[in-house]
Design a protein around this ligand. Structure first.
Ligand code: GLC
Ligand code: CA
Length: 546
């Protein structure tokens, strides 16, 4: 029997029933007809987000940038990119969202800047200056740093610099955990350059928190200190940031793009994402193999696949291990997708498949993250050229589809050729307005599931998660959620397969009373030392048990 978590939750209280929605600002809503989404456009659509039931927005970078990596190449951290609006527009968004109970998390990119950032431009100069040590430079143009991505030949300064991602994203200097003898250009983490960089990042966070941001999604959070085995020094930096937030901004939330909750949560993040890279457990849920695949190997199929060949253990073994290791530290968050996964949740799935997947996403612990458009089943648009460094990520970044009849699906009044990316040309493409009309649409189901989650503490972030039936080669997958210390118990079953299935599930049936909250009534019946569950093909059920 799991015991109650002692003491207060290790995250701001508002995260407990939070549901977060990721907005790629260039593709959400264009208010001024220039073909690019913008901040006033997001403000116009806040009513939609409120009605959906989301309580937070994660906004991809909206800062001044040459946009060689869609804004992850920041040129001025304290200035909103003119194409999105002004600093005042961002403050208006914070306030208008907050008035509807929605907080806004900004995207913090601590590991690198644009090569056009004034700090980097100064650091490229021959004369030593205040910014010479803000980046990692070797001591000669011909000397390349071992094991790091180096760029040489661009500067007056005699040296090569370390790039964190693309060549145009020079790595900020957080120092080296282990300075190698004979490499004086490698600086320790407490050298003046790295200390100045750390102060700047904190000041940038303070700047936006003081103006109404509610926290940050932190880009490549594990990437800061170089030659850092186990990322111990990087973690030390984040713990300092967390200690500072705890005293000065205790309501602010931090979610990391780390992809290893067992490292990121001890490093001080309130939340870490389950991701398509780093560890393997997330991909086999939705993005592995497909029903069109010819391979019969069960490990090559997604769990949410009509074939029923998927294996929940491919996800759960790692998930349960990490959950047990981090339960008292923070939250593991499940995204439906994001701007880096070039494959949307809806690819190869119909409305019933998607409803089943969403019932799972919205009843798991942590904070669920909805990638814009996934709530209506937007699909990846294939065959597009790269846009601002998107490459294989392009097709999942196309404009939000609002209206079946409006120009550009209601995204923008610009001529189609002026759009940031084209609208999905499929005549069957889903739209918000189309889904509003149908009470049984995916959008309305997602809305219902969000409302259900937020109404039941057992289903929220810190509620316990106990698998009841989770075996390779067997369906359904059944689990219980329970609020720590509270009496409420909820059982969830998902059957992504096209075939009906039934099983006896061992568990405490309580008094035997079962109330259907979602899905097929009478599918869960108390029996002996547990329940009998009978699920139709492609279905999910949620039941309150007493
Ligand atoms: C992160 C972002 C991605 C970006 C990269 C470099 O992975 O999510 O979009 O290209 O970092 O900043
Ligand atoms: Ca615009």
């Amino acid at each position: 029997m799991p015991t109650q978590v002692p003491g207060p939750a290790p995250y701001p209280a508002w995260l407990e029933d939070a549901v977060c929605y990721e907005i790629y600002p260039q593709s959400f809503c264009d208010s001024n007809g220039d073909g690019i989404g913008d901040l006033p456009g997001i403000v116009e659509r806040l009513g939609y987000l409120e009605a959906l039931g989301v309580t937070a927005i994660w906004l991809n970078p909206c800062f001044d940038s040459p946009f060689l990596d869609a804004g992850y190449d920041v040129r001025d951290h304290r200035l909103v990119a003119p194409r999105y609006g002004t600093n005042d527009d961002l403050e208006r968004l914070f306030a208008a969202a907050r008035a509807r109970g929605i907080r806004v998390l900004l995207d913090l990119v601590p590991g690198h800047v644009s090569w056009e950032h004034p700090w980097f431009v100064a650091s490229m100069r021959h004369e030593r200056n205040e910014f010479s040590d803000f980046f990692i430079w070797t001591d000669h143009a011909w000397r390349l740093p071992d094991g790091l991505r180096a760029v040489t030949g661009l500067s007056e300064r005699d040296g090569s610099y370390v790039a964190n991602f693309f060549v145009h994203q020079p790595a900020l200097n957080y120092g080296f955990a282990n300075v190698e003898p004979g490499h004086p250009w490698q600086q320790p983490v407490d050298a003046p350059g790295p200390l100045a960089v750390r102060r700047e990042i904190r000041d940038i966070m303070r700047f936006w928190l003081d103006r109404g941001a509610s926290g940050f999604r932190v880009d490549m959070a594990a990437s800061l200190v170089k030659h850092d085995p186990g990322r111990r020094e990087t973690a030390r930096f984040w713990r300092e940031i967390r200690a500072w937030l705890d005293t000065e901004y205790p309501e602010a939330a931090l979610v990391s793009e780390w992809g290893r909750p067992s490292e990121a949560l001890p490093a001080g993040f309130h939340m870490d994402f389950l991701l398509h890279f780093a560890q393997g457990g997330y991909t086999p849920l939705f993005r592995q193999g497909s029903r069109h695949s010819m391979m019969g190997d069960p490990y090559s199929w997604s769990f949410f696949d009509r074939s029923g060949h998927g294996n929940i253990r491919a996800f759960l073994d790692e998930y349960q291990r990490d959950l047990a290791a981090t339960r008292h530290l923070g939250l593991m968050c499940m995204p439906s997708g994001n701007h880096d996964m070039g494959q949307r949740l809806a690819d190869g799935r119909d409305a019933a498949d998607l409803a089943c997947a969403w019932a799972f996403i919205l009843t798991m612990p942590g904070v669920p993250f909805i990638y814009y458009g996934d709530e209506i089943g937007m699909r990846t648009v294939r065959g597009l050229p790269s846009k601002e460094g998107s490459y294989d990520r392009t097709g999942a970044r196309t404009p939000m589809q609002w209206d079946p009849d409006g120009v550009n699906a209601g995204f923008s009044t610009a001529p189609p050729e002026a759009l940031y990316l084209p609208i999905d040309p499929d005549p069957e493409r889903p739209t918000v307005a189309g889904h509003e009309e149908d009470p049984d649409s995916l959008l309305n189901r997602v809305r219902g599931l969000i409302a259900l989650r937020r109404a039941h503490p057992a289903l929220c972030a810190g509620g316990l998660f106990v698998p009841l039936l989770a075996e390779a080669g067997r369906l359904p997958f059944v689990y219980e959620r329970r609020a720590p210390g509270a009496a409420e118990r909820i059982v969830v079953a998902v059957n992504p397969s096209a075939s009906a299935c039934a099983a006896d599930v061992v568990g405490d049936p309580g008094s035997g009373s079962v109330e259907t909250l979602y899905g097929p009534p009478d599918a869960l019946v108390a029996r002996g030392g547990g329940w009998q569950v009978r699920m139709p093909g492609v279905s999910a059920g949620i039941w309150l048990v007493r």
